[in-house]
Design a protein. Structure first.
Length: 360
C-alpha cells in the first residue's frame, strides 16, 4: 500500500470503527508535515534533475548501472511532482480540493514510485553481483539493450500494479471533520489486509531478500579473493554507491512497512490499546515523510559517494556555464548597441522643415 493511502485508509477506518479518538488531525499534520513535504520536494526535484542531466549527457558512459540510476531518478521526479499537492492536502486537514481525477493520478504516482524504486535498486544490486562475482560469464547478459528492456518491463509492471489503486481510490467525505478525503476504499477489511501484505511482500521483503543475498555473495567473493584485479578501484566506487543507495532505501522505508503491518493487523484483530493506536497514528505521518525523503537523499548519495558522478557534474558545469555566459554577453552587447542607436536618434532629431526656418 502506498503511504498516502495508508494514512488516509487509517483515518477512514478509525473514523468508522474505532472507539479511540484518532481521526482528528493535529496541528503538526497541518503545519509540520506540509513543511517537510516542501523541503523534500525542493531538494529532491533539484537533485534528481541534476542526476538526469548528468547521466544523459553525451560524455557520460552508457552503462547498465547508469541506465537503472536514470530510471530511478525519473521515477523519483514523477513522484516528487505530486508532493506539493499532498502538502496542501495535509495543510487543509485532509481536505482534497483538486478533484476526483487528480486524486487518482497523484495517488497512482505514489504507488508507481514505490514499485519502481525497489525494483530498480534490486536490479542494481543483481548487476553488481554479476559484475563482481561472475565478470566473464555475465558479459552477454549485462548488455545495455537488456538493461533497457528490463527497465521498460519494470515500468509496465509498476503501472499494472497501480490498477487496483486507480479502481479503489475515491473521494470520501468525513462529516466529523467537515472535509473530503482522497482515500483508498477497499470492498472489505480483508481486502485492505491482503493488499497491504502483498505490497509489503513484493515491494520490501522479497526484494531485500534478493539484495541481501547479492551482497552476502559479493562479500564472500571479495574475502575469498583479496588480490582480485579487474578494475578494483572503479568497482569499489560503484559498489559503495549502490550499497549507500540500498541502505538509504532500507532505513527510509523499513519503519513505514513495519508500522503499517501493525496498524493493518490491528484493524483485523485489535490488540492495541487506545494509547498504542494514538501513538501509531502520531508516528505514521513521520514514517511517511521518512520514506518520501528517500527520493531526495538518492541524488546526494550519487554526488558524495560516486566519484565519477562528481566528475561528470563538474564537466557539465564547465560546459554549460561558459555557454550561458556567452549568451548573456551576446544579449548584453545587442542591448547596448540598440541603446546607442536610440540615443543617436534622439540627439539628431528630425530635420527642421524649410518653411519653419528663419530667414537670415
Amino acid at each position: 500500500m502506498d503511504p498516502e493511502s495508508a494514512q488516509n485508509v487509517s483515518i477512514v477506518q478509525n473514523y468508522s470503527v474505532s472507539s479511540c479518538d484518532l481521526y482528528s488531525p493535529s496541528e503538526y499534520n497541518k503545519s509540520l508535515v506540509p513543511t517537510l513535504y516542501s523541503i523534500i520536494f525542493l531538494l529532491g526535484f533539484l537533485g534528481n534533475v541534476l542526476v538526469v542531466s548528468v547521466l544523459c549527457q553525451r560524455s557520460c558512459r552508457r552503462t547498465v548501472a547508469n541506465t537503472y540510476l536514470v530510471n530511478l531518478a525519473l521515477s523519483d521526479l514523477l513522484f516528487l511532482s505530486s508532493l506539493p499537492f499532498w502538502a496542501v492536502y495535509y495543510s487543509l486537514g485532509y481536505n482534497w480540493v483538486f478533484g476526483w481525477e487528480m486524486c487518482k493520478v497523484f495517488g497512482g504516482l505514489l504507488t508507481i514510485n514505490v514499485y519502481c524504486s525497489i525494483f530498480f535498486i534490486t536490479c542494481m544490486s543483481v548487476d553488481r553481483y554479476l559484475a563482481i562475482v561472475h565478470p566473464l560469464q555475465s558479459q552477454s547478459s549485462r548488455s545495455l539493450c537488456r538493461a533497457r528492456a528490463i527497465s521498460v518491463a519494470i515500468w509496465l509492471v509498476a503501472c499494472t500494479s497501480n490498477v487496483p489503486n486507480m479502481l479503489f481510490r475515491h473521494l470520501h467525505p468525513l462529516p466529523g471533520l467537515n472535509v473530503t478525503a482522497c482515500v483508498l476504499q477497499y470492498p472489505s477489511t480483508k481486502w485492505h489486509y491482503a493488499m497491504t501484505l502483498s505490497k509489503s511482500t513484493l515491494c520490501f521483503v522479497l526484494p531485500f531478500g534478493v539484495i541481501a543475498t547479492c551482497y552476502y555473495r559479493i562479500g564472500c567473493h571479495l574475502l575469498a579473493t583479496p588480490t582480485i584485479k579487474h578494475g578494483t578501484e572503479h568497482l569499489d566506487r560503484v559498489l559503495r554507491m549502490v550499497i549507500a543507495v540500498v541502505l538509504a532505501f532500507f532505513l527510509c522505508w523499513f519503519p513505514f512497512h513495519v508500522l503499517m503491518l501493525l496498524v493493518t493487523t490491528n484493524s483485523m484483530a485489535p490488540f492495541m490499546s487506545c494509547e498504542m493506536e494514538q501513538t501509531a497514528e502520531t508516528v505514521l505521518p513521520f514514517t511517511i515523510c521518512l520514506g518520501f525523503s528517500n527520493s531526495a537523499i538518492n541524488p546526494f548519495l550519487y554526488c558524495f559517494v560516486g566519484h565519477h558522478f562528481r566528475e561528470q557534474l563538474c564537466h557539465l558545469y564547465k560546459v554549460k556555464v561558459p555557454r550561458l555566459s556567452q549568451k548573456r554577453d551576446s544579449i548584453s552587447t545587442r542591448l547596448s548597441s540598440f541603446s546607442r542607436k536610440l540615443s543617436d536618434l534622439r540627439d539628431t532629431g528630425p530635420p527642421e522643415s524649410p518653411r519653419l526656418q528663419r530667414s537670415p
